[in-house]
Design a protein around this ligand. Structure first.
Ligand code: AMP
Ligand code: MG
Length: 487
C-alpha cells in the first residue's frame, strides 16, 4: 500500500493566516503505533480509503510518525476562560495536520489529539491516554447518531508509550475530524494578544469558512455574532433534550462552527436532576446539566466582547449591538428548548400550556428520581403503566393533562408514537456501558464490547430488539459516578 492510496486531499487555509495564530509543529514520533479502532463509515464519507488507513503506512500517518504529502502540521494558538479564569492556552497536545476537502467539497480539519509536545504544552506532556481517547470516540459517535452537531473520531491509535497519569496508562492518539477548530478562545486570543488587523483577519477567515452569507449583510461581524449565538443555542438545547452534560464548557471548548467539541469528563444524565455534575474537577457545579444554557450565554458574552472593535467604529454603538445580540440568547434558546421538548411529548402544535406541561413532568421526574431517557422511552412506548410512578397521584394528574392535550391535536396514536420515537432516543451511551467498553479495551485489548455498543448507538431512535439490553440501568451503588478529564 502506498501513502497516496489513503486519498487525503489537503488544502490548508489556516496556515495562510498570519503566523501569530499558530506554530509550525510536527507531531512527535511514537515508539510502536497500533490501530485500536478505525471509523470505516466516516472514512468512506470523507472519501478516504479505509483499507489504506489500516495498513502500516496508514497507521504511520494516524500516529504522526509520517507526514502525508500536502499536510502542513501546526499547533493552533488560542486562549480561554477556564472555570471563569482567563489564560493563554493553545493546542498543547494536538496537531492540526491540515484541512481535507471531501468528495462533496466540504472542508474539514484533520487533527491528531495526543501527539506530543508543542509550544503551548505549558506543564503538560502533550500526550493522551487510551481510555479518554476511546471515551471521546464513543461519545462523539453517539452524539452523531443522535443527530447533534459534533466533531468525530476517525481513528484511535495506541502509541506504544506508557504515560503517567494517576496511574501508568497506555498512550493513544485520536484522529479528530471537525468542521474547524476555531473556538471562542481563538477570538479571545486574537482580541487579547494580537492587533486589530489580526482580529479582523480571524473574523474574516471565520466568515469565509463558516458564515459566508454574512457577506451579503450590512454588518458582517454582527451577523457572525448573531449566527454563532443561534448555532450555540440550538446546540445547547439539543444537549439538554438528550440529557448530555459536556462537563468542561470553558470558552476554549466552545466551537464557533456550533459543533460539540473537546469531550473530556462528559456524560449523560441518568436520574433527572438539573444539578447533576459528573466531572471530578467541577466541585462547584459550574457546568452542571441545568447550568449549561447560562454558561453558554456567559461564554457567548465573552465572544461578543472580542468583536466589539469590529461591530462599529463608535464604541458605544458597538457595545449596544453586542449587548442586544447577547440578550437575545435566552429567548432563542428557550424557544428551541421548548419546541424540542414539545416533540418529545408527541405534540405537533404549540399551545401556551405546553411549557407547564413540560416543566411539571420534569418536576415529577426530579421528585421521584426517574431516569430521564427511560421515562421518555416509556412515555413513547406507552409503557409507563408498568412502572411505580404510574400509581402516584401527582403523576396521574399530569398524565391526564397530557392525554387531554394530545386529544386536542386529534392525531392518531401511531402518528404520536412515530413522532416521539423520532426524538426520544431509546439508547444513550450509559455511563456503566461506556466504562465497561473502555475497561475491556484498555485492560484486555478487547474492542468487541465497544464495537457492540457503537452499533446500537448508531441508530438511537430505532427502538430495535438488540437495543433493549442497553436501556437497562446499572445496579444501584452508593458511590456516585465520576468522570475525569484524563489530561
Ligand atoms: P482540554 O481540557 O483538553 O480542553 O485542554 C485544555 C488545555 O490544556 C488545552 O490548551 C490543551 O491543549 C491543554 N492540555 C491538556 N492536556 C494536556 C497535556 N497532556 N499536555 C499538554 N497540554 C495539555
Ligand atoms: Mg479544550
Amino acid at each position: 500500500m502506498e501513502e497516496k492510496n489513503i486519498n487525503f486531499n489537503f488544502d490548508n487555509s489556516y496556515v495562510k493566516l498570519s503566523d501569530i495564530f499558530y506554530s509550525i509543529q510536527n507531531p512527535n514520533k511514537v515508539p510502536d503505533p497500533k490501530l485500536a479502532v478505525l471509523n470505516n463509515d466516516l472514512a468512506e464519507n470523507l472519501g478516504l480509503n479505509a483499507k489504506a488507513l489500516e495498513s502500516d503506512i496508514g497507521i504511520d500517518i494516524l500516529s504522526g510518525n509520517k507526514i502525508y504529502e500536502g499536510s502542513n502540521p501546526i499547533a493552533q494558538a488560542y486562549a480561554g476562560h477556564q472555570f471563569g479564569y482567563f489564560t493563554m492556552l493553545g493546542d498543547g497536545r494536538a496537531i492540526l495536520l491540515g484541512e481535507h476537502i471531501t468528495p462533496k467539497g466540504e472542508r474539514v480539519d484533520i487533527q491528531l489529539k495526543g501527539s506530543g509536545l508543542t509550544p503551548y504544552s505549558r506543564g503538560g506532556d502533550g500526550k493522551a491516554a487510551l481510555g479518554p481517547m476511546i471515551r471521546e470516540y464513543i461519545i462523539s459517535e453517539a452524539m452523531f447518531g443522535l443527530g447533534i452537531p459534533t466533531t468525530r473520531g476517525l481513528a484511535v491509535v495506541k502509541t506504544g508509550d506508557s504515560i503517567v497519569r494517576e496511574k501508568i496508562e497506555p498512550g493513544a492518539i485520536l484522529t479528530r475530524i471537525a468542521s474547524s477548530h476555531i473556538r471562542v478562545g481563538t477570538f479571545q486570543y486574537a482580541a487579547q494578544y494580537t492587533s486589530l488587523n489580526n482580529l479582523k483577519e480571524l473574523a474574516d477567515y471565520t466568515i469565509n469558512r463558516h458564515y459566508k452569507e454574512a457577506l451579503d449583510t450590512e454588518n458582517k461581524y454582527l451577523y457572525l455574532l448573531e449566527e454563532v449565538i443561534r448555532k450555540q443555542s440550538d446546540l445547547i438545547a439539543k444537549w439538554l433534550h438528550v440529557g448530555f452534560i459536556h462537563g468542561v464548557m470553558n470558552t476554549d471548548n466552545m466551537s464557533i462552527s456550533g459543533e460539540t467539541i473537546d469531550y473530556g469528563p462528559c456524560a449523560f444524565i441518568d436520574k433527572y436532576d438539573p444539578n447533576t455534575v459528573f466531572s471530578s474537577i467541577d466541585s462547584q457545579g459550574r457546568y452542571a446539566y441545568g447550568n449549561q444554557p447560562y454558561i453558554a450565554a456567559w461564554n457567548l458574552a465573552r465572544f461578543a466582547e472580542t468583536l466589539i472593535p469590529l461591530l462599529d467604529d463608535d464604541k458605544e454603538k458597538a457595545v449596544k449591538l453586542a449587548q442586544d445580540a447577547i440578550l437575545k440568547f435566552n429567548y432563542i434558546y428557550k424557544e428551541k428548548y421548548i419546541s424540542g421538548m414539545r416533540l418529545k411529548l408527541g405534540l405537533f402544535t404549540e399551545e401556551k400550556e405546553d411549557e407547564n406541561l413540560i416543566y411539571e413532568l420534569l418536576g415529577l421526574m426530579q421528585k421521584y428520581k426517574l431516569d430521564y431517557t427511560n421515562t421518555f422511552r416509556s412515555l413513547t412506548l406507552n409503557k409507563l403503566s408498568e412502572e411505580e410512578i404510574f400509581e402516584k397521584d401527582d403523576f396521574k394528574v399530569w398524565n391526564k393533562k397530557w392525554s387531554e392535550r394530545l386529544d386536542k391535536e386529534g392525531k392518531s396514536q401511531e402518528e404520536v408514537t412515530n413522532l416521539m420515537k423520532s426524538v426520544n432516543p431509546s439508547v444513550i451511551p450509559r455511563n456503566h456501558r461506556v466504562e465497561e467498553a473502555i475497561e475491556a479495551a484498555v485492560k484486555k485489548d478487547d474492542y468487541s464490547i465497544m464495537k457492540k455498543l457503537l452499533e446500537v448507538l448508531e441508530n438511537p431512535y430505532d427502538y430495535s430488539d438488540k437495543q433493549e439490553e442497553y436501556t437497562k440501568l446499572p445496579k444501584e451503588t452508593k458511590i456516585p459516578y465520576r468522570t475525569f478529564c484524563g489530561t
